[in-house]
Design a protein around this ligand. Structure first.
Ligand code: NAP
Length: 249
């Protein structure tokens, strides 16, 4: 049964790619957003189409308001009315102490993680709100355990940006709860994706895994399942929830 159209920001790799594939299995037409890696995005599209699903890849930097507007217009034009959004696109910048962090990188992390999440959520609400003639829907924002752990000497700026994502989730969820839209958040722990290598520490998951009560990093698919659950009717009473998926960390 068709569940309508979902946009997964940063759907080309890691947690976003796993979420896109699972969303297709669950009956969504999937818009896979990416910013630079079109090849990886097209691989996810091809995988969904090979199983009979509907998907398309759309390039957009989520921190660019005009690009976000165009992303949502393209997704609805190509795949149909929006019923779900996963605000997954995120970046850490380089690992290290805040004192040494270049302000340009600091600004881009805050822009992508906070502004990008807010711009995309606003576009989705404008389209899905029953108060504006929409059909309702669900949004899941992806934060991080860093929001609570603080990530000293590694990613303090990133942790702060993810705390903003969690607070935004709580407020926005309350603001639109009567408009047919549930907004929730998944807070992953350490997950095996390319984000750690991009931050300059490819071996980070192996290095820290011993601090995780479960003694291992998570797989992107384990986060995707939590995201799809929060989007589903099974989570019908979840509004403004922060679901921690971290192996106990
Ligand atoms: P990843 O493997 O590095 O993938 C990042 C994805 O985001 C890619 O699809 C990338 O697109 C896209 N992206 C980056 N900047 C973007 C922008 N400005 N506009 C649109 N798309 C953009 O990351 P991941 O580890 O799967 O992380 C996904 C989310 O989970 C992030 O929000 C991250 O903070 C959060 N998280 C991750 C972990 C972890 O341990 N992995 C833990 C907690 C939370 P391109 O392919 O085009 O570059």
């Amino acid at each position: 049964m068709s569940k309508g159209t979902i946009i997964v920001t940063g759907g080309s790799r890691g947690i976003g790619a796993a979420t896109s594939l699972l969303a297709a299995e669950r009956g969504y037409a999937v818009c896979i957003n990416y910013t630079s890696n079109s090849e990886r995005a097209e691989q996810v599209v091809a995988s969904i189409r090979s199983k009979g699903g509907k998907a398309s890849a759309v390039q957009a930097d989520v921190s660019d308001e005009a690009a976000v507007q165009s992303l949502f217009e393209t997704a609805e034009r190509e795949l149909g009315p929006l019923t779900a959004l996963v605000n997954n696109a995120g970046t850490t910048g380089k690992i290290g102490r805040l004192l040494d962090l270049d302000t340009k990188i600091l600004r881009s992390v805050l822009d992508v993680n906070i502004l990008g999440t807010i711009l995309c959520a606003r576009q989705a609400v404008r389209r899905m709100s029953t108060a504006r003639g929409g059909q309702g829907g669900a949004i899941v924002n992806v934060s991080s355990r860093a929001a609570q752990l603080g990530s000293p000497n590694e990613y303090v700026h990133y942790a702060a940006s993810k705390a903003a994502v969690e607070t935004f989730t709580i407020g926005m969820a309350k603001e639109v709860a009567t408009e047919g839209i549930r907004i929730n958040c998944v807070s992953p722990g350490l997950v095996e994706t390319e984000i750690h290598a991009a931050g300059g520490d490819a071996g980070r998951v192996q290095r820290i895994a011993g601090n995780v009560p479960l003694q291992r990093g998570g797989q992107p698919e384990e986060i995707a399942k939590a995201i799809l659950w929060l989007l589903s009717d099974e989570a019908s009473y979840c509004v403004g929830s922060i679901l921690v998926v971290s192996g106990g960390r």
